[in-house]
Design a protein around this ligand. Structure first.
Ligand SMILES: *Cc1c(COP(=O)(O)O)cnc(C)c1O
Length: 417
């Protein structure tokens, strides 16, 4: 189909989610294609931050642990997030970082497996997984000193071959951070269980981008970020979900007082709380949690089928427009075309990807660059329109046609890419 800007404007008029754009404060003259890295500012967040800082902290001070419900925020927000994950109340807490929660989930899964299948010594992940997932596995192996090894799926070793009776735990990202590849969570979890392994899912690029169904997939553990598609704010706390069948089998390796059954008895001995609270460690960043709630409140109003339909429509549009309008340039799509295998971002390789992305950013189109050579565009259906996608691709086309990306300033690298 040949697209036009007029057709994009008509599609925007018919978009049932168009109204959600008004719920966010978006900078002018910017097309933000990086909501999969840092989400945007919900309109209510400024007022909420004033309330939590001025009244709850400034005036009510320590009383706010009780009067403003600070103490229960990790579980209360976990329950708010749960429907987006296909989870039930009492199964999720919002706390710590994704990396730390990976450590807890891995420790929990390995402990269960050591009791059931002590001979299983392989932790299976993917070479192309987000680095922190691999680093946390490596750290756990080093920490435990029990002969575990990391095995990685890649082109030479597909999942079906890699899953054998040595695998204790399978840790995968539901949506690949670089390519946008989406795993069939239910099928992969089923294969893992069939071979006796437990499945941990990293939902960093899935939560808030598409409906997840953890209980439907019979998953074991899941972790994920809230500062990406959930618009929780920079560094907002992550989440951890644990299937109820595993919750009380878990021994918290980071056994801080917030996971204690009775933290204010100040007992000498650690006794874990029942249920999901045992996944907490220490005092939580209340201001960040309060801001995250603003993002969650918007996300909870969205119809998940409409969200997915718009995400696929916009990513289809992006791919087709790049192919139609930037045809002569060396761009290679690395995101799956098949809808059931695609998350909510689109990535292309370009030999000068870094400089092309800097030129795009200088022209108001913010995406990001990922090694090697990857231009990554996050497509967030809540606040992007079809016309935004059209305009972004037009700017990309101008940059490529004119060669303006090759200016020296676009080749300089900062600390964060
Ligand atoms: C963004 C991301 C993370 C980030 O982890 P933090 O501990 O929050 O820095 C982890 N895993 C994946 C797959 C990610 O995309």
């Amino acid at each position: 189909m040949k697209h036009t800007r007029e057709a994009c404007l008509i599609a925007d008029q018919q978009d049932p989610l168009a109204g959600f754009r008004q719920r966010f404060d978006l900078p002018a003259n910017t097309i933000y294609l990086d909501g999969n890295s840092l989400g945007v500012l919900p309109k209510g967040a400024l007022e909420r931050s004033q309330q939590v800082i001025t009244r709850e902290w400034g005036h009510d001070l320590i009383r706010s642990w009780n009067t403003a419900g600070w103490f229960d925020m990790p579980t209360r927000l976990g329950d708010k997030l749960a429907p987006l994950l296909g989870a039930d109340p009492g199964e999720t807490v919002v706390t710590d970082t994704t990396s730390l929660n990976l450590f807890k989930a891995l420790a929990a899964a390995l402990r269960i497996q050591r009791q059931a299948h002590p001979e299983r010594k392989v932790i299976l992940s993917e070479r192309d997984n987000f680095p922190t997932d691999l680093y946390m596995i490596q750290g756990m192996i080093e920490f435990l000193q029990q002969g575990y090894e990391l095995r990685l799926i890649d082109e030479a070793l597909p999942l079906e071959q890699a899953l054998d009776d040595k695998v204790a735990v399978l840790l995968l990202s539901h949506v690949n951070y670089r390519t946008g590849y989406l795993y069939d969570m239910a099928a992969v979890t089923h294969s893992a269980h069939q071979c006796g392994a437990l499945a941990i899912w990293d939902l960093a690029h899935a939560a808030g981008a598409l409906q997840v169904d953890l209980n439907g997939a019979d998953a074991d553990f899941a972790v994920g970020c809230t500062y990406k598609y959930l618009n929780g704010g920079p560094g907002s706390p992550a989440f951890i979900w644990v299937a109820p069948r595993h919750q009380n089998a878990f021994w918290q390796p980071l056994s801080g007082w917030w996971g204690h059954a009775k933290p204010f008895e100040m007992a000498t001995d650690y006794a874990p709380a029942q249920g999901i609270r045992r996944f907490l460690c220490g005092t939580q960043p209340i201001v960040s949690l309060a801001l995250l709630e603003c993002g969650l409140d918007v996300a909870r109003e969205v119809d998940s089928q409409q969200l997915r339909a718009k995400s696929l429509a916009l990513t289809d549009l992006f791919i087709e427009l790049v192919e139609q309008r930037c045809g002569g340039h060396p761009l290679t799509l690395i995101t799956p075309r098949e809808h059931v295998r695609r998350g909510s971002h689109v990535s292309f390789r370009h030999p000068q990807g870094f400089a092309v992305m800097q030129a795009l950013i200088a022209n108001g189109v913010i995406g990001d660059y990922r090694e090697p050579e990857v231009l990554r565009f996050g497509v967030t259906p809540l606040y992007l329109s079809h016309a935004d996608i059209w305009d972004a691709v037009e700017i990309l086309r101008e940059i490529l046609d004119s060669g303006s990306w090759d200016r020296p300033e676009f080749h300089r690298r900062g600390a964060v890419t």
